[in-house]
Design a protein around this ligand. Sequence first.
Ligand code: PGA
Ligand code: ZN
Length: 425
Amino acid sequence: FIDSVKAREIFDSRGNPTVEADVILSDGTLGRAEVPSGASTGEKEAVELRDGGQRLQGKGVSQAVNNVNTEINKALHGEDPFNQAHVDQVMIDLDGTPNKARLGANAILGVSMAVARAAAKATQQPLYRYLGGTDLELPQTFHNVINGGEHADNGIDIQEFMITPVERTSFRDGFEKIANTYHTLKKVIEKAGYTTGLGDEGGFAPDLKSSTEALQMLHDAIVKAGYTPGKEIAIAFDAAASYFYNRETKNYDFEGKTYTPAELGEYYIGLLDKFPEIISIEDPYGEEDWDNFAEFTKKYGHRVQIVADDPVCTNPKLIREAIEKGMANSILIKLNQIGTVTETLEAIRLARKNGYTTMISHRSGETGDTFVADFTVATNSAELKSGAPARSERVEKYNQLLRIEEELGVDGTRLAHFPDNVKFD
Ligand code: PGA
Ligand code: ZN
């Protein structure tokens, strides 16, 4: 049984405080987990409890830590760590709010993940096996190699420009191609006279003039690295359009111009025509702009994967509504948007049952914790995005996948699992 839980304030990849939780079982087994934190957060995310005030720019999490050490510790003492759903429900009930605002989603998630870790360890299983059982495959990975939007101080309004291996090949082989392309991209950026400093997710953050220029650089880097765009390495982007949506005019203020929703759609399609290797677009419209998001899906969902992040925030209730509206054909999954392992699993099941793919995601503020790598394999999610093939808090997730691939011995079984209706030619 769970003997005790304990948390502490640690720091994330941006130097901001975050929660680390320890769960100690009656046999002495320790499960530990670290909680990530986003910058371009959705309005409907579960509440990340921050102290406010003067200390650490108001970002301290001492209250969340205290909630783990007192109330949650008391409530979970004696509970069964192998009954994740029950443990999570105890914390949800104890919190008592619809969005974990009282105890903090950062407090609850840290404990939730640490319980899974402790249970896996107590049964001497790797985490992916404990959570997932058999018949596991490795995901296709999406690597943010040019950072814009809220993740970098440049003029690019699209937040993430990603490259992804699309051949049926091993994870290792795909990752080698990504690493080669990343290094080639650095040369392409240098040659164009830009700086090669990095953004929050390990991608380059050159002060480019436009998103088109960023896509052209990705295209050139893929070719120069010796790969065929769209055949070996494809492109994806996260517009994170909530951040350039104008709530008053209901238009989009994007890179110095104003776009109506219809014009923004045409702009995206122009990009798809110019770069046919683009296979996935996340958050093309703002989180309040469900109608245009759904309209875009209806028109172009057969041509490209359309991922919903900010509008649904890994929340099963919102995902259900989005599916009813015909919005997107893929759901982004972030554990800390909803705050427990159990609810995240429910979000994934719901998406899959309705033919949506699931892309598991890191946050822009990360830690060394590799939970999402195991979680992606455990849930057989076809896709994972965890940033560039650089900076340890990003690469550790990929390194964990290399270890898992070795353990599973499933070399060569990886495959792009896009929705059946999406054609890539
Ligand atoms: P975030 O960005 O972690 O800063 O929210 C990731 C995303 O928008 O997908
Ligand atoms: Zn996003």
